[in-house]
Design a protein around this ligand. Structure first.
Ligand SMILES: Cc1ncc(COP(=O)(O)O)c(C=O)c1O
Length: 456
């Protein structure tokens, strides 16, 4: 088995254009599977491409343990000096003038929209290809999420489709740097400027990604990140808001701290409540963990990028697998998932779920991509959360029947619908492996492709 694997890897490492052209033309490439047993799909009883697990996530070492223990022993577990110190470190590292930690990315987004004054009757233009939290926070402010369809190649909001969605009610644009790529911020900021709209970046999946050499989250009015367990920088649960304007960040701070005064402009006594607020604070224990994880984030991001580039070079010429692309202005991609479109027409119409099961049996875990965590492929702009909010008492009071009807009529994003059926993705942790691990991924895809007739 080892020998045959090597043969296969060697092929992949040196595959000639001719071989790949044969593959592209729909023919099965001849690439050295001589041993019939080795070529039998694992899902059909053959030997898997690999049995070794991929790197686990999150990764901790002794420094993490020491730093968390020290925070634990301090007895100051709530927001305190340590949180402020880590807040400064992360803010500076992400290239922002001001920033404040929150308990999660959702809290960062909610705080941002509320602080920018988004409320009942307003419209926020966003992408349907996102995680539900992006949409929830708009609805929780009693505003309407208006969906502009996605760019099928980059998976980001199609910036050319934003302007046609602007109405007299539009107040903000909320682009999402999904899977670790970057939305077209030049176009988004230009439209926002023309129509006097606020821009909030949902950068929850894109730590360290860059547009024209500037880090995401610093390209607009406010930028929000998540440090939830699966993210490329994590402390279990956490988030941060970045911004240039100290007054706005102070107001965000106040909102996330029961509305207590913060900063010079709110000079009332510490325990008064001049504005409405919630409690969205970070714990010191999380901050300690974040501090420790920060020590490795750069190196891990580099590793993911190197492996992703290598994997793309293997998969680029395979017509059935179309990796997500970046805009030319994206100077750095961070990989939360390595996302691609699975073109089942090149796989004898083998359903995506069966393709993923076959890959899993080969030892390669692969998810349904984003927006589609389970096998239902429900586009986010059609989710029950939206229907539920629109049917609520407050929405019915704020919005006329006509407006809500119009909203439903216009809520169509065919490109996103298609993506929900096609996209799959490898978790960022797989990209922390070796080049050989990437070869295994490519080999497994080729093996399933080669045996596609046996699965349909
Ligand atoms: C695009 C996006 N936005 C928002 C969030 C919410 O972040 P959190 O889970 O930290 O609340 C996530 C988390 O997965 C996300 O992926």
């Amino acid at each position: 088995m080892r020998k045959n694997n090597l043969t296969r890897r060697k092929f992949l490492a040196s595959a000639s254009t001719g071989t790949l052209a044969a593959f592209a033309s729909g023919g099965i490439p001849v690439y050295g599977i001589i041993n019939k047993k080795a070529s039998t799909l694992a899902i059909l009883g053959g030997q898997p491409i690999r049995e070794k697990p991929f790197p686990r996530w999150p990764i901790i070492n002794e420094t993490d343990e020491k730093m968390v223990l020290s925070a634990l022993r301090s007895g100051k577990w709530s927001r305190g000096e340590l949180v402020a110190k880590v807040e400064k470190r992360v803010t500076k590292y992400l290239g922002s003038r001001c920033g404040m930690l929150t308990g999660s990315g959702t809290q960062a987004l909610h705080t941002s929209l509320h602080t920018l004054g988004i409320g009942g009757g307003d419209e926020v233009i966003t992408t349907p290809y996102t995680f539900i939290a992006t949409i929830d926070v708009i609805l929780l402010e009693d505003a309407l999420p208006v969906f502009a369809d996605v760019d099928p190649e980059t998976f980001m909001i199609d910036a050319d489709k934003i302007e046609e969605k602007i109405t007299e009610h539009t107040r903000s644009i909320l682009p999402v740097h999904i899977t670790g790529g970057v939305s077209n911020m030049d176009k988004i900021n230009a439209v926002a400027k023309k129509h006097n709209l606020k821009v909030v970046e949902d950068a929850c999946q894109a730590i360290l990604a860059e547009w024209r050499g500037k880090k995401v989250g610093t390209l607009s009015d406010l930028g929000c990140f998540s440090f939830q367990n699966s993210k490329d920088l994590t402390c279990g649960e956490g988030g941060i808001i970045l911004g240039d304007d100290q007054k706005i960040i102070d107001r965000c701070y106040s909102f996330h701290n029961f509305g207590r005064p913060q900063g010079k402009y709110m000079s009332r006594d510490k325990y008064s409540y001049p504005i409405l607020g919630l409690k969205y604070r970070t714990m010191s224990l999380n901050a300690a963990l974040l501090d420790a994880q920060m020590n490795r984030v750069e190196e891990q991001c580099k590793k993911r990028s190197e492996n992703a580039d290598y994997l793309t070079s293997k998969l680029n010429e395979v017509p059935c697998i179309l990796p997500r692309k970046d805009y030319p202005e994206t100077t750095r991609t961070s990989y939360y998932t390595y996302a691609f479109r699975y073109k089942k027409e090149h796989f004898n119409n083998l359903p995506r779920a069966k393709f993923l099961s076959a890959l899993k049996a080969e030892g390669i875990p692969c998810g349904f991509g984003l927006g589609v965590i389970g096998p239902t492929s429900m586009p986010m702009n059609k989710e029950g959360a939206i229907i539920d909010a629109l049917n609520s008492k407050s929405f019915k009071k704020i919005y006329s029947k006509n407006r809500l009807n119009r909203y439903h009529e216009q809520n169509h994003c065919p490109e996103s619908d298609k993506m929900c059926q096609e996209v799959a993705g490898f978790s960022q942790r797989l990209l922390l492996g070796t080049k050989k691990d990437m070869d295994d991924i490519a080999n497994a895809i080729l093996k399933v492709y080669e045996n596609r007739d046996k699965l349909t």
